[in-house]
Write a protein that binds this ligand. Structure first.
Ligand code: ZN
Length: 160
C-alpha cells in the first residue's frame, strides 16, 4: 500500500489520539491492518528481490510515493498554518515505519555484510509483512488500486 495513504490515515487518526505514544503505536498497528486490504501489489512483492528491471520500477514508484507523501504532509501543515502537533508527527512516523523497516530489510538483502548482521530479524520481518498481503486473496489491477488509493486520500482530506 502506498505510503501516501498510510501518511493520510496517520494524519486523520492523530486528531483522535490523546498522546504521542498512543499515536505512534496505534498507527504502527494500523499500518498492518491497512495492508490486509487488497491493494494491487500482491504479485509484485514476490518479484522485488532479484529482478533488476523490477527493482528500478520499484525504486521509481517508491520515490514518487515519498514525494507525494511529503506533499501531503506539507499540504496538511499548510492548512494548519504550519502548527503540526507532536501527536500528528508521531502518528505519521508510526504509520510509515513498517514500510521504512521493510525498505531497510530489502537494502540489507542486497548488501552481504549488512545482511549478515541483520538476517536473523529482516528475513522474518519480510516474511511477516508479505504474508499479511496474501491473507485476503483478491487481485486487482495496478490502475484500479492507484485510483482507489488516490480517491481514499482525497476523501479522507475532505473530512478532516
Ligand atoms: Zn506495508
Amino acid at each position: 500500500m502506498y505510503l501516501s495513504l498510510h501518511t493520510t490515515v496517520a494524519i486523520a487518526t492523530s486528531n483522535y489520539l490523546p498522546n504521542l505514544w498512543l499515536a505512534f503505536i496505534v498507527n504502527f498497528i494500523l499500518h498492518f491492518v491497512l495492508d490486509l486490504i487488497p491493494h494491487g501489489d500482491d504479485e509484485d512483492s514476490k518479484k522485488i528481490i532479484g529482478d533488476k528491471t523490477y527493482n528500478k520500477t520499484f525504486i521509481t514508484i517508491t520515490l514518487i510515493d515519498l514525494l507525494t507523501s511529503s506533499a501531503i504532509i506539507w499540504y496538511y501543515a499548510w492548512t494548519q498554518n504550519f502548527n503540526v502537533s507532536t501527536i500528528t508527527s508521531w502518528s505519521i512516523l508510526g504509520g510509515v515505519l513498517p514500510d521504512l523497516v521493510m525498505g531497510f530489510a530489502f537494502f540489507a538483502k542486497l548488501h552481504p555484510w549488512i545482511y549478515k548482521l541483520n538476517h536473523w530479524w529482516t528475513d522474518k520481518y519480510l516474511d511477516f509483512h508479505k504474508k499479511i498481503h496474501f491473507i485476503i486473496k483478491f487481485q486487482m489491477s495496478k490502475i484500479t488500486a492507484l485510483f482507489l488509493q488516490a480517491a481514499t486520500i482525497v476523501l479522507i482530506f475532505w473530512f478532516i
